[in-house]
Design a protein around this ligand. Structure first.
Ligand code: NDP
Length: 480
């Protein structure tokens, strides 16, 4: 057999990944797609690439060297299960089946178990970077057995993006670990995008600058500590003029944000794990609020500050405050995301190197940013760091930013400008800092209506107050 790696599913992601693989020294790539036309097109349009086209699963299996290694890039869900079953019919034990789609990590855990029981290796791999990443170098988050990594590691290292000389791929952990980390990546992406959008909105409404002028602000920010792909493309989008109307493009686009569901998965999973990813949650809810057009239409008359009543006296000073608020909120969003990965690893029994995750996100993926080097440094200094934002670099940055952050959240509230991600990030920060939280009162309420008991600060044990009798305190069994 000629091919050392195969790709099943040749839509945009699969064909670009196949081309990326074929462009690397030493790779010959078997390609298969359910409908023949995509395979024919790919092979015809890229004579430079060493493809071995297959038109049945049998041909596909026959064209692959052992252990056979195949990456599936088809629609997540049922189609992925169908392709896995078809591959198991024609592959042999020891072969490696990789799902590169955006699968939910719990599906990956289920599939890994089923595939392993039949003697195959299964890898669930998060792929970030969209079409361009797949073609030129994605960030790859594979999870699966160590045995598969021996064969797969060198191939994946050859196609991944490179950041600071390191390929953006690491063996994340077992079974669903890779897809879990990809899910949290997308959640952080939601938070980052929402924070940038809030910053833009505040600057636009506070200073009256045009989108093109604000593009210059973002381009400037992209030369400093906020340097990142998302800041860079924000400037590009804001600078774009609509050909049809001559208006800034951002003013003719309908203001209802779409979502494919990975942000929601991140939040749902965080709720199950009990991890407060409030920045990601607010970003996800902000998208859903934006798309509830009917509710927005009937709510426009609600009382509040007039839309055009807000102007700042010193635009440059205000913009700098917004920049600091954005940076501080971004630190919180990433800290929360890494907290979710830590909690997921503990829950599902994965060993995940958080520093390695921050390093493989430095290239190829949507949240790539200079900032990730600071996270890598933090975990290098303290691998078991319980709260990322308590690393010395971030403490210093938050110290620099917090006055501005508070001013911006207060200003936005007074002006009636929604800033859910800025303000929830600040509330999280202050919640972590607080010596005492009103959670003590909640424990009292819970004990009052449900005899849920409470602990005392001054002695061990579990207690209950006899609220409906003489209100004396009794020691209680901790059964609730
Ligand atoms: P799509 O998600 O649009 O899926 C289309 C592909 O799935 C086609 O090759 C199609 O074959 C195949 N397919 C659908 N149903 C079946 C089935 N029952 N049996 C066999 N094949 C089937 O393609 P994309 O390239 O956009 O994405 C591929 C995967 O990568 C998805 O899981 C996606 O979530 C993920 N992903 C996408 C990113 C992106 O930016 N687009 C980024 C990262 C991951 P046919 O031609 O015969 O219809």
């Amino acid at each position: 057999p000629a091919a050392n790696i195969g790709v099943v599913g040749l839509a945009v992601m699969g064909s670009n990944l196949a081309r990326n693989l074929a462009s690397r020294e030493g790779n010959t790539v078997a390609v298969y797609n359910r409908s023949r036309s995509k395979t024919d097109e790919l092979v015809a349009e890229h004579p430079e690439a060493e493809f071995v086209p297959a038109f049945s699963y049998e041909e596909f299996a026959a064209s692959l060297q052992k252990p056979r290694t195949a990456i599936i890039m088809v629609k997540a869900g049922g189609p992925t299960d169908a392709v896995i079953d078809s591959l198991m019919d024609v592959f042999e034990p020891g072969d490696i089946i990789i799902d590169g789609g955006n699968s939910l990590f719990t599906d990956t855990i289920r599939r890994e178990k089923a595939v392993r029981e039949r003697g195959f290796n299964f890898v669930g791999m998060g792929v970030s970077g969209g079409e361009e990443g797949a073609l030129l170098g994605p960030s790859l988050m594979p999870g699966g057995p160590d045995e598969a990594w021996v064969t797969l590691g060198p191939i994946l290292r050859s196609i991944a993006a490179v950041a600071e000389g390191e390929p953006c791929v690491t063996h994340v952990g077992h079974d669903g670990a890779g897809h879990f980390v990809k899910m949290v990546h997308n959640g952080i992406e939601y938070a980052d995008m929402q924070l940038i959008a809030e910053a833009y909105d505040l600057i636009r409404r506070g200073t009256g600058k045009s989108p093109a002028e604000i593009a210059d602000v973002f381009a400037e920010w992209n030369r400093g500590e906020l340097e990142s792909y998302l800041i860079e493309i924000t400037a590009e989008v804001l600078r774009q003029t609509d050909a049809a109307t001559g208006q800034p493009l951002v003013d003719v686009v309908v203001d209802e944000a779409g979502a494919k569901g990975t942000g929601a998965w991140t939040v749902q999973t965080a709720l199950d794990l009990g991890v407060p990813v409030s920045g990601i949650a607010e970003a996800t809810f902000a998208r859903s609020l934006s798309s509830h057009r009917e509710q927005r239409d009937v709510s426009g008359g609600l009382p509040g500050p007039a839309e055009d009543a807000f102007t700042v006296a010193d635009a440059d000073a205000f913009i700098e405050q917004v920049r600091l608020a954005l940076y501080a909120s971004k630190i919180v969003a990433y800290s929360q995301g890494f907290d979710e990965i830590r909690a997921g690893a503990a829950q599902y029994g994965w060993t995940i190197d958080l520093g390695a995750i921050s390093r493989i996100w430095r290239g190829g993926c949507i949240i790539r940013a200079q900032f990730l080097n600071r996270i890598a440094d933090a975990y290098a200094a303290e691998p078991e760091l319980p709260v990322l934002l308590t690393a010395p670099y971030f403490v210093e940055a938050l110290g620099r930013a917090q006055d501005a952050w508070r001013d911006i959240v207060a200003t936005a509230a007074a002006a009636g400008i929604p800033s859910p991600a800025f303000s929830s990030s600040l509330a999280y920060y202050d919640g972590l800092r607080a010596r005492r939280l009103p959670a003590a009162l909640i424990q009292g309420q819970r004990d009052f209506f449900g005899a849920h008991t409470y602990k005392r600060i001054d002695k061990p044990g579990t207690f209950h107050t006899l609220w409906s009798a003489d209100r004396t305190e009794v020691e209680a069994e901790d059964t609730h």
